[in-house]
Design a binder for this molecule. Sequence first.
Ligand SMILES: *[C@@H]1O[C@H](CO)[C@@H](O)[C@H](O)[C@H]1NC(C)=O
Ligand SMILES: *[C@@H]1O[C@H](CO)[C@@H](O)[C@H](O)[C@H]1NC(C)=O
Ligand SMILES: *[C@@H]1O[C@H](CO)[C@@H](O)[C@H](O)[C@H]1NC(C)=O
Ligand SMILES: *[C@@H]1O[C@H](CO)[C@@H](O)[C@H](O)[C@H]1NC(C)=O
Ligand SMILES: *[C@@H]1O[C@H](CO)[C@@H](O)[C@H](O)[C@H]1NC(C)=O
Ligand SMILES: *[C@@H]1O[C@H](CO)[C@@H](O)[C@H](O)[C@H]1NC(C)=O
Ligand SMILES: *[C@@H]1O[C@H](CO)[C@@H](O)[C@H](O)[C@H]1NC(C)=O
Length: 662
Amino acid sequence: MRFTVWIYLFAICGLTPPLLGGVVQETMDIMQTINHVTKTILKAWDMIEDVPLAEITAGSLIYSRQNQLLDKMSEVNANILELEEQQVRNMDLTIKALRDVWEKTELLYRISRLNDLTTLINLRYNQLSDFEQHRDTLEPITLLKFTQWNVDPSPNSLSTQLEQLHASLYGSGPFAAEQDYSQTLIARLTESFQASPEHMCVAKQSAQQFAFKVFAKTALTELKAYFMMEFSWMVQRQMGRGNFTQELLLMRQNHRKRQDAALEILRQLMGKTGRRYWRCDPAKDRHVEGETFARVTRLLQGYVENEINLNSDQSCWNSCDDYHDTLSNGCYQPEEDLCGQQPPCNGRLYNCAFIDSALTICPASENGTRRYEYIHYGDGTSLGGKSAGCKSKEKEAASWSRWVVMRCHYCFCLCDEPGPKSDRYFNLRASMSDFMRNRIVTGVRFVKSRRVFHLQLQQAQLVPWGAINTSTLEWLPLDDYNVSDADIRNDYDYHTLGPDSRSLDLDEIVANATDQVVTGVRFRIINKHLNLEVRFTPFNFSTGLLVEPQTMSFWLGNNNSHVDGKRQKLVLKEADLPTASEMPSLPLSQTNQYMDFVSSSRQKDVAQNTLPFIDIQEVVPHPAVPLSGLGIFHKGRSGYGGFFAPKVVTYDLAKHLTEPRK
Ligand SMILES: *[C@@H]1O[C@H](CO)[C@@H](O)[C@H](O)[C@H]1NC(C)=O
Ligand SMILES: *[C@@H]1O[C@H](CO)[C@@H](O)[C@H](O)[C@H]1NC(C)=O
Ligand SMILES: *[C@@H]1O[C@H](CO)[C@@H](O)[C@H](O)[C@H]1NC(C)=O
Ligand SMILES: *[C@@H]1O[C@H](CO)[C@@H](O)[C@H](O)[C@H]1NC(C)=O
Ligand SMILES: *[C@@H]1O[C@H](CO)[C@@H](O)[C@H](O)[C@H]1NC(C)=O
Ligand SMILES: *[C@@H]1O[C@H](CO)[C@@H](O)[C@H](O)[C@H]1NC(C)=O
Ligand SMILES: *[C@@H]1O[C@H](CO)[C@@H](O)[C@H](O)[C@H]1NC(C)=O
């Protein structure tokens, strides 16, 4: 009978949880601790009930019994404290960080109330721990008084505080499945968390992880209070104050009701809460190339050339607009012409257009990937920064006439120049976690290495109950190479972006079964598009072991293509550099879309850059969790080119809250 009433949380998992002391455990670990504490309490009762009442009341045993109880107490305490240290500190930091965001809302008041009650219970609990430490000199009457206060049905008693704590987070009263929980504090906090990416960025976790954390923090406090009450009844009975059978029953019933309500709300809440995690932009002036973003370079870049060099006849009979796809044909007048004074475009020229008959051009420094800083027209308008003076020497270029009748204008074209200054490669090799050693993927980031973009994976050991052994977290070494090496092949080892092969498919690949986690990632080419594929491996939740990873793993991708009309194109028009935006990027793409790499705005940047940029910040939820999906998306602001960035979908813990209860 005892075993059926309140080992509620234990039943959720349905199995004896192994105690993984020492390892930093996250996620479902609170469940394990609750189970373990509950079991320890039960054992303590056995100890008392084995002793005949007569012996207890005889008094001689009181000291030794008290010590035995306090031994149990310290065992429980060690468990609770360990978990608390690891997990709750994390949560407190989150709450602290989010305080600013919640400022001026009534949420902050409600959080304070919750914190006050938590503090009160913790104080009591610490007091009990002190007793335990000074057990040898402790008068039995002290303990008796303390425990009496705990179970007293007065308005200031522990049991009242516990009720209030619970009510402050989950609302009061019994919870019916169809009841509206949307006004409870936990739901409001989660809703507010979901409402703006700012929260996710500060807390570095998905909304579902956040909801669970809020639950876990309070569950731990409730557990402490509950444990103190059990302990108090034990002491009361042991000291011969009575049996308290009915009181215990009531107390346990209430405890169970609260747990039911909390879990039911959590279950419903987590079922509706997002599991996506991605990285916000760094602050406006904190974008650092090579640290927070990387660029594809010189894919299609603004380039000025005289018409006479755009055709093999060295004529100027056409107009700039007639040259859609051509080559530069040397330099007609190397001495006095612009073409002799600028590095040539060693590639094809596209989409030429006339801009003005008199130009002042500021060449960029030799080093970088730009060709020009700005171009001024004769009429005073300009392309690119109208800004501070030119660091190098400005160059003039004006239309001229040949044979009087032929006017030779300067055209503005897009130069596609593969070569040492053009980083335009994407790795096509698969990257997989070390699944034979039970490692799974816990994070991802883009890396540009030896001019090739890779998706690099973070891996860690999966352990029981959806937890990660955080001491094993590591980034997988890059499988990198030099594209010019003899045995490295285009469209096999890597993909080369070009004018007609520069699309990236934007997808989120998620396993739809609950027992699968991400163990790998790769790009493939579908209709010349870069297309993401994610590898999944089944695992056993209670053992934390991957199930036959060699044979049961599979790759999943989105086969929809623009050819069959199922994939929609997102277009960037006249976009400025994303690093120039005052406002942080927001996700702008959806799954089943794609976007091309394009040149930046002619007007704002002389089309010198390739957009979007690529966000290379690591996408790693804290605490580490298994992932059930991974994707590539585009984030930005209208008018700016934005970034391509990876995102992850955290493992759905809600599924395990709803497993059949025993
Ligand atoms: C206390 O409980 C025991 C068994 O649990 C029972 O035998 C005994 O009669 C009870 N005593 C009182 C005073 O209720
Ligand atoms: C050229 O690049 C080097 C190293 O990358 C840097 O130290 C130097 O300042 C650059 N020069 C100019 C003119 O930008
Ligand atoms: C790649 O190899 C070429 C020739 O072997 C070399 O010149 C170049 O520096 C290498 N590039 C990188 C990024 O290692
Ligand atoms: C966690 O990783 C550490 C270091 O690799 C290892 O010693 C420990 O046994 C692991 N814990 C579990 C539960 O596997
Ligand atoms: C995933 O969902 C699709 C349809 O949405 C279904 O056909 C397929 O069987 C599901 N796969 C698994 C492993 O559940
Ligand atoms: C997980 O492993 C345990 C222990 O080996 C086994 O009893 C259980 O059936 C497994 N669960 C599933 C879903 O395979
Ligand atoms: C997607 O295409 C690949 C390769 O053509 C094929 O193996 C796979 O079965 C396809 N997947 C779906 C869901 O159609």
